[in-house]
Design a protein. Structure first.
Length: 367
């Protein structure tokens, strides 16, 4: 059944604040156009082409949405996922006829792992095969990560530390790391293990990360960036660095434990660890990020768009020469918790919110 909606929310963009009203119009106004509804806990999205987008629902569905009509098509799969806590189907990425999915894999007896699978795209059913599985499996519903990006022949993915803290410093385990593999799952021979970190697992590229739910390949400088959930404060945006260590749980990037106790000695950062480019305390519950390079909003080129679950906000970081200069708010508290953001080749920006009855939205600037 075709569902087409024309619900508009008028918002006004003012640095570090937002004013919204059904009647308010100014030179900096935007509208959010609701493309389709009734998405059940959507988590990731990826364009097949400019008119079709794939969306994962954490509860287990892969959905293709025709963004012109809002019509939804459900694609079968047989991924061995476990929907529990923060786990389920997570990120999704389409490239050159293949679909990549990160998910919480059922490892039996309540144990799960962040896993990545690949399959040839088919509009009816995708047959997936695992190309990565985090070890060890852990009995926890927390902190899977997990975003995936492709840079040349390499696939980068974020793996959360599953709520186990110092496991992120244990280089013999995957949780709490950024991994880098080839698109077919084989291991690059220039990963840190083979160059200067012989004790590291072969897939591991960077360690010391808590729960990274955002990742993006910059179209400006070809660098990979992540966003990471801190604890009670200490969310951050930063660069993925070869053999780097962000320091979790020796440091907490300005945050504290949820019970209020300090993390480590309370230092937000220490020499010898990778330093975040921007941090948020209190936590904004940062989800995915996007570095904009489209023509629709030329004044945003090179800036970072940041989605927030906690504050239900879309932020913009003014980003130049690998330095964050300031933060603006594009809108807040309009579509609920914002889970993901993506852009098509025309520079149009799309978002999904996070709920059991969520929607796909398009951001448009009013003339």
């Amino acid at each position: 059944m075709i569902k087409k909606f024309s619900i508009f929310i008028i918002i006004s963009f003012i640095q570090s604040s937002v004013v919204f009203s059904q009647d308010l119009v100014s030179d900096n106004n935007f509208k959010l156009f609701e493309i389709t509804t009734e998405l059940n806990e959507p988590w990731g999205m990826t364009f097949i082409d400019d008119n079709n987008i794939l969306i994962t629902e954490k509860t287990g569905e892969i959905v293709r949405v025709d963004i012109e009509t809002g019509e939804k098509f459900y694609i079968d799969h047989e991924l061995n996922f476990f929907y529990y806590g923060q786990g389920g189907l997570l990120d999704i990425l389409y490239e050159d006829g293949y679909v990549y999915v990160s998910y919480s894999e059922d490892r039996e007896q309540g144990r799960t792992s962040t896993a990545i699978a690949r399959g040839s795209y088919n509009d009816n059913k995708i047959v997936f095969k695992n190309i990565f599985r985090a070890e060890p499996p852990i009995n926890s519903g927390y902190h899977f990560g997990s975003r995936i990006i492709i840079k040349n022949d390499f696939l980068y993915a974020s793996v959360g530390e599953r709520g186990k803290g110092m496991i992120a410093q244990d280089v013999t385990n995957h949780p709490g790391s950024i991994i880098r593999i080839h698109k077919d799952g084989s291991i690059p021979k220039d990963n840190p293990k083979f160059i200067n970190q012989p004790k590291w697992l072969p897939e591991v590229y960077q360690i010391g990360i808590r729960n990274p739910q955002g990742m993006y390949l910059s179209p400006i400088n070809d660098k990979v960036y992540i966003s990471n959930h801190g604890a009670k404060g200490g969310d951050f945006f930063g660069e993925v660095e070869y053999a780097g260590n962000y320091g979790w749980k020796i440091i907490g990037w300005g945050g504290t434990n949820y019970i209020g106790t300090q993390i480590g000695d309370g230092s937000p950062w220490k020499p010898g660890f990778t330093k975040p480019l921007w941090t948020w305390t209190p936590s904004i519950a940062v989800s995915n990020i996007l570095i904009y390079n489209g023509d629709l909003y030329p004044e945003w080129k090179g800036d970072v768009l940041v989605t927030s679950l906690k504050y239900k906000t879309l932020y913009k970081l003014d980003f130049e020469n690998n330095i964050v200069l300031n933060q603006d708010i594009i809108f807040e508290n309009l579509i609920g918790r914002i889970r993901d953001i993506d852009v098509n080749s025309s520079g149009e920006i799309f978002l999904i919110n996070s709920s059991s009855n969520a929607s796909l939205w398009k951001l448009e600037k009013l003339e």
